[in-house]
Design a binder for this molecule. Structure first.
Ligand code: ATP
Length: 924
């Protein structure tokens, strides 16, 4: 048996039937968890806690999929026709092209899939584990049987575990049982023969914690878990399909239909009007089909997207789902959290305020250097001496305030190599630093006042409470006349005041609650952008060791306030300015106080007087009225996750493309609803990450702006790929139709047409996928969400360039006529001039958005130069290699011929640049 560590014969399915102590001894673990050494040994023995990689599509199916496409069917039909006509060389070339095209598509797709998988590895989940008494965050893959894991709302359960403690635990086990109702969990042993769905004392790997907290002992990891055994796979592989790719595929398919219809008409025309032989007419139609189909387009588009994904990852935006790349480019509104995304999330307590005393707290960061100084006419006065007592020797009122800040707190401060860091919530870390400055050691205090129960922080209620009873052996040393059992509460002060009936002064005397004075103090601090937190206390019921409801009660005594600073991130200020120039509106959605949020918004550059709506305001606004109000608002404060969903919907109803950030389990619906849900990689829950299209590795707003930048670049490049590819096909088609209408010999054979399409897309087309961002990429407004891929100017350009390609071909025809060249010689010239014009056009397309020609555009990137070299070698081989001459019916060209080709290409480039300049003048 894999999971049991002792020699016991307990089968893995029996853990639910055993009591926690038996489970603990069978797994040879301890209440403080395994030691690191033991955990490492078990990891060796049991292997990593992972399931076999999500089965990717097998390679042969991916290869076969390359042929399942109507364009390919058309080409196969063309191969059949040429075979029927015994044009074996054409048949061979068409088939070769099909195979090469499929292999290129297969390789590109493989690379893109690999890139997505690699990104997913970056998102590998972590777990909180108790080892040798310390809470550590470790990769979920390192969990071993016997580990004690801490669970909270939003976590994906990382392994199968027997629950040792559970508080209001609700788990969604649908992945395992298919049951959509969440199940309530507890620690009581379940009957031996119940099914996994009824094992209420077990948390199963892969299920999602919706609410509550728990501790559980890992009973099985990796494949030994229930989910491993039923072999269900957690992460589904994203298909490499995006709306844009689908649009292009649909477009190509429609084209194919058109070609078949048009081809038939042309063939009849050729046979009956122009008196072509049937075989020649058939060949002409095959050439036409070959010329019109942009075979390489889907593959180049996929690689363009994959490059975008890679670029975004280097800028800390990890794409979980490919369509996000395109949608990001169209984003018109970004709704962002405040704390940690727009601000540094490095908090420092500035002041502690009681009803009759105000203390300034020195220092910054989490290092406990500095002291508390009593206020003297608005300035810090003398430092307060404190004793070596565990409570710092403070009078009763201040002592309770500091106890509330330290005990009603789940964070830890650690000093590593001289640097103080916080584990857990940074705001709680800042409170611990303030306590240390006041002479209170959090570890000693927590040891003296162990926590009996906790009501965890909840973003809807905005308060947290904990129940503490002093250790009986220490009580005689502390001389506390006011009791040894307390409930400490901290939270949003306006909310907390509503639960208070009185207030406590510095020396512990009680007085009636002066709500107005407190509200004035809150307003004054919030107006400066400070985050304000309130504290309260009540004596605990001597008969109860735990909370009986999710609320600490409404007979609390208000203790005072802490004001904290959390400066805006400098890079967020820059990113917001960039978004504003790019026509993207940034809105802040926060749980913080309206005035704090508004002050931070001002500091971030979101307007001198940002419009603010609070959660309470939102509740009073009717659905019909909300869209307009939401559009006009910059800051949404004191909101709960449900408000986010309403806001996204309201903005979307106005045609906005919304990117929305989130981190909590309750943010998931809004993240899913947004066009681009963005989860925080560090502080975000697994539930939020799974509901999002993008995960930020650094939780930083600037990374969203960077992702939008890359998204726009990808879209630009895809447009460039299309703008460059289609006129080649267009030019070839026009030339062929003209020849057919006039009854001339065809200017290219089907094999030659396929050669042009394939050789140029694989070299020149790919260059466009690597194009860097245009300088103005963040200076234009977002593209409308429903903007067609082929805009009018683009269609105009495609037609215009197609006509130029035709004219280039005709110029070569005149040149060949003049010199009395053979058909083979003429066709070799035509193929080379089309490739030459494509090179010229490539340089023009590279600056599609720039009206002026510049050196950057002309010199090109390294990719451009490599592609130029490649296409030159390919064309030289096509023209001079004897076996190529036989395969493609080509002949070697003279220097004069090359000169003529280059002239045509140069003239095309100059005309296109002139046209761009004129068009931009008309546009401005
Ligand atoms: P964001 O801007 O990302 O929404 P926020 O921290 O401002 O984050 P919440 O985390 O929802 O928003 O917090 C809202 C309010 O709840 C805070 O302003 C504070 O008053 C209170 N609060 C936050 N964290 C805690 C906590 N751990 N314990 C008690 N109260 C808290």
């Amino acid at each position: 048996m894999k999971a049991a560590v002792s020699d016991s014969s307990t089968p893995p399915s029996d853990w639910h039937h055993l009591d926690p102590d038996t489970v603990c001894s069978l797994l040879d673990s301890a209440p403080l968890g395994l030691s690191q050494k033991e955990a490492a040994q078990r990891l060796q023995r049991f292997g990593p806690n992972t399931l076999p990689a999500t089965s990717r599509r097998p390679a042969w199916r991916r290869l076969l999929a390359q042929f399942q496409n109507s364009i390919i069917y058309l080409m196969l039909a063309a191969a059949l026709v040429t075979a029927f006509l015994q044009h074996w060389i054409d048949t061979g070339v068409i088939l070769a092209v099909l195979v090469v095209n499929a292999i290129v598509g297969f390789l590109q797709e493989g690379r893109a899939e690999q890139a997505l998988h690699a990104l997913r590895d970056m998102l590998a989940p972590h777990a909180q584990v108790l080892r040798a008494g310390s809470i550590l965050t470790v990769p979920a893959a390192d969990l071993v049987p016997g580990d004690i894991v801490l669970l909270e709302a939003g976590d994906r359960v990382p392994a199968d575990m027997r629950l040792l403690q559970a508080r209001h635990l609700l788990i969604d086990e649908s992945i395992l049982t298919g049951e959509s109702l969440a199940s309530e969990k507890n620690t009581a042993a379940a009957p031996l023969d119940c099914l996994p769905g009824d094992r209420t004392c077990m948390a199963h790997s892969g299920s999602l914690v919706l609410a509550g907290q728990a501790r559980g002992m890992v009973t099985a990891t990796g494949q030994a878990t229930e989910i491993g055994r039923i072999n269900s796979l957690l992460a589904s592989v994203d298909m490499l399909q995006t709306p844009l790719l689908r649009q292009v595929n649909r477009f190509s398919q429609r084209f194919t239909g058109l070609v078949l219809g048009g081809g038939l008409v042309l063939m009849l025309f050729a046979v009956f009007v122009r008196e072509y032989a049937w075989s020649d007419a058939l060949l002409a139609v095959v050439s036409l089909a070959a010329s019109i189909v942009p075979e390489g387009l889907p593959a180049v588009m996929t690689i363009t997207l994959a490059i975008g994904v890679r670029r975004m990852a280097t800028r800390n935006a990890i794409v979980r789902n490919l369509p996000a790349v395109e949608i990001l480019g169209a984003t018109s509104i970004i709704c962002s959290d405040k704390t940690g995304t727009l601000t540094c999330n490095e908090m420092t307590v500035r002041r502690l305020q009681m009803c009759d005393r105000l203390y300034h707290v020195e220092g910054s960061g989490y290092a406990p250097t500095g002291q508390l100084r009593e206020d003297c006419c608005g300035q810090p006065g003398t430092a307060m001496a404190h004793t070596s007592e565990a409570s710092g020797g403070w009078p009763a009122g201040m002592r309770h305030l500091l106890h509330a800040a330290t005990l009603c707190n789940t964070a830890r401060l650690r000093c590593r190599q001289g640097e103080w860091q916080v584990e857990g919530d940074p705001m709680e870390g800042a409170l611990l630093a303030a306590s240390l400055k006041a002479g209170i050691d959090p570890d000693t205090l927590r040891n003296a006042w162990p926590e009996q129960d906790q009501i965890p922080f909840n973003p809807e209620k905005r308060i947290m409470a904990s129940l503490h009873i002093m250790r009986p052996d220490l009580a005689p040393h502390w001389h506390l006349p006011d009791g040894q059992r307390f409930v400490y509460v901290k939270g949003a002060p306006e909310q907390l005041l509503q639960c208070c009936v009185q207030q406590m002064a510095h020396d512990g005397t009680l007085a009636p609650l002066d709500t107005d004075a407190w509200l004035a103090a809150i307003t004054a601090a919030a107006d400066q952008g400070e985050r304000v937190l309130g504290f309260a206390v009540r004596a605990a019921n001597p008969a109860k060791d735990h909370f009986t409801s999710e609320h600490p009660g409404d007979t609390l005594t208000f203790l005072g306030l802490a004001s904290l600073i959390d400066p805006p991130r400098p890079e967020a200020i820059r990113a917001i300015a960039e978004c504003t120039t790019a026509g993207i509106r940034v809105k802040m959605i926060t749980g913080d106080h309206a005035l704090t949020a508004a002050a931070i918004a001002r500091q971030l550059g979101l307007g001198a007087q940002p419009t603010v709506l609070t959660g309470a305001d939102l509740d009073g606004i009717a659905d019909a009225e909300l869209p307009a109000r939401a559009m006009a608002t910059t800051v949404f404060a004191r909101t709960s996750p449900e408000h986010k969903l309403r806001i996204v919907r309201a903005l979307q109803s106005q045609g906005a493309v919304v990117a929305m950030t989130g981190d909590g389990v309750n943010d998931a619906p809004a993240l899913k609803q947004a066009d681009v849900g963005v989860a925080m990689g560090n502080k975000g829950t697994e539930a939020a990450k799974e509901a999002s299209r993008i995960v930020l590795a650094d939780d930083n707003f600037a990374s969203i702006a960077a992702a939008v930048h890359e998204g726009r670049t990808v879209y630009d490049n895809i447009r460039k790929v299309i703008a460059w590819t289609l006129p080649t096909n267009g030019g070839e088609v026009l030339f062929l139709i003209l020849a057919l209408l006039l009854g001339y010999t065809l200017p290219m054979t089907p094999a030659q047409i396929l050669w042009i399409n394939l050789a140029t897309t694989a070299t020149l087309g790919l260059v466009l996928a690597f194009e860097p961002s245009a300088p103005d990429v963040m200076r234009r407004p977002p593209r409308p969400a429903n903007a067609p891929l082929l805009s009018r100017p683009l269609i105009w350009r495609i037609i215009l360039v197609s006509v130029f390609f035709l004219m280039g071909g005709l110029a070569m025809t005149a040149y060949a006529d003049h010199h009395g060249y053979t058909t083979e010689h003429w066709r070799t010239l035509v193929v080379n001039v089309i490739v030459g014009m494509e090179i010229a056009y490539l340089f023009s397309v590279r600056g599609l958005h720039q009206p002026h020609l510049d050196w950057r555009q002309l010199l090109g990137t390294r990719a451009t130069l490599a592609a130029l070299l490649a296409i030159t070698l390919l064309q030289a081989a096509f023209t001079y290699l004897p076996w190529m001459n036989t395969a493609f019916q080509t002949v070697p060209l003279s220097l004069a011929d090359w000169f003529a080709i280059m002239m045509v290409a140069l003239v095309l480039f100059l005309i296109l640049e002139a046209e761009k300049k004129i068009a931009s003048r008309f546009a401005s």
